[in-house]
Write a protein that binds this ligand. Structure first.
Ligand code: NDP
Length: 292
């Protein structure tokens, strides 16, 4: 099993990265440095996470050559529109302390103001053409949003970062990605989103996953991450704990059988944990992203 994935424009992305959503700024430097020392070479952050500055600091303090680290961030909806998004790149790059980003994506579609989403994507195309970013993409785009984007813009997104874990798999959307050679990047890959609400059914307690883990001497998280990799899905598990960061990376020396993969495929409930992308509006989710 390879440890990197080639994007549709030839750029190489590690198969696993560290996510830092909800990682408090004060813990971000250590989490990022711990991940890089463990062997991770991809960090996924976002302007809206409020920790880009600390991600940059963690990279610089890790002892790993920053040139070897694949850095991904996201433009928040409040910065959509062509000129606004060009400026949002400067804000993110400034906070991260880099001149060039490896992957820059739109965090959400704005279905009620889609022309602003298109303007934002055209800015990403410009940044790509100018060499300020090495690849561009989107996140939380549903089939209709993706189809509209493909009709109105030139560059096929390299990735669509979407909610995928055993309880919510979005197989139709993944099929559309395959048709257009868009990589599926899984957010909440180990089902973190299933554990944020007390009443929810937690992926970590799923008997099918625990039984498979027992056979391989692996944790539920490791089984879920391995399942994604065997489907060709890129993963960005989040943890602030060094032992879990290491556990989540230790997935390249075992293999699930086809039957085990099918057992996990069968856990799909069709119910998303995150907000419906159609419900995202500037009025409800907009907030200013500070200058660098
Ligand atoms: P994950 O599926 O990565 O799960 C994270 C949760 O699981 C945290 O509570 C973490 O706690 C815990 N955890 C981590 N490792 C283990 C382990 N080995 N065993 C048990 N528990 C564990 O969920 P996220 O929602 O954080 O998603 C991952 C990343 O995806 C985000 O950080 C972000 O980068 C991205 N994302 C993108 C979104 C988008 O809209 N584009 C939306 C949501 C996420 P602890 O830290 O205490 O270890």
């Amino acid at each position: 099993m390879t440890t990197s994935i080639t994007l549709n424009n030839g750029v190489e992305l590690p198969a696993i990265g560290l996510g830092v959503f909800q990682t408090p700024p004060a813990e971000t430097v250590d989490a990022v440095a711990a991940a890089l020392r463990t062997g991770y070479r991809h960090i996924d952050t976002a302007a809206a996470y409020g920790n880009e500055r600390e991600v940059g600091q963690g990279i610089r303090e890790s002892g790993v050559d920053p040139a070897d680290v694949f850095l991904e961030t996201k433009i928040w909806i409040s910065d959509y529109g062509y000129d606004e998004t060009l400026h949002a790149f400067d804000k993110s790059a400034g906070k991260l302390g880099v001149d060039q980003l490896d992957l820059l994506i739109l965090h959400q579609p704005l279905p009620s103001a889609f022309e602003r989403t298109i303007g934002a994507y055209r800015a990403l195309e410009k940044l790509l053409a100018d060499g300020r970013v090495r690849a561009i993409g989107v996140s939380n785009f549903m089939p209709a949003h993706l189809t509209q984007l493909l009709e109105q813009t030139e560059v096929v997104p390299a990735v669509n970062q979407i909610e995928v874990h055993p309880y919510f798999q979005q197989k139709d959307l993944q099929e559309l990605h395959r048709e257009h050679r868009i990589l599926t990047q899984a957010w909440s890959p180990i089902g973190g989103i299933t554990s944020y609400r007390e009443s929810a059914r937690r992926s970590f307690d799923e008997p099918v996953i625990l039984a498979i883990g027992e056979k391989h001497g692996r944790s539920a998280a490791q089984v879920m991450l391995r399942w994604h990799l065997q489907h060709g899905i890129q993963v960005i598990p989040k943890s602030t704990k060094p032992e879990r960061i290491a556990e989540n990376f230790d997935i390249f020396d075992f293999e699930l059988t086809a039957d085990e993969v099918a057992q996990i495929d069968a856990l799909d409930t069709g119910a998303r944990g995150g907000p419906d992308p159609e419900s995202i509006t500037l009025e409800t989710y907009g907030r200013p992203i500070p200058e660098a």
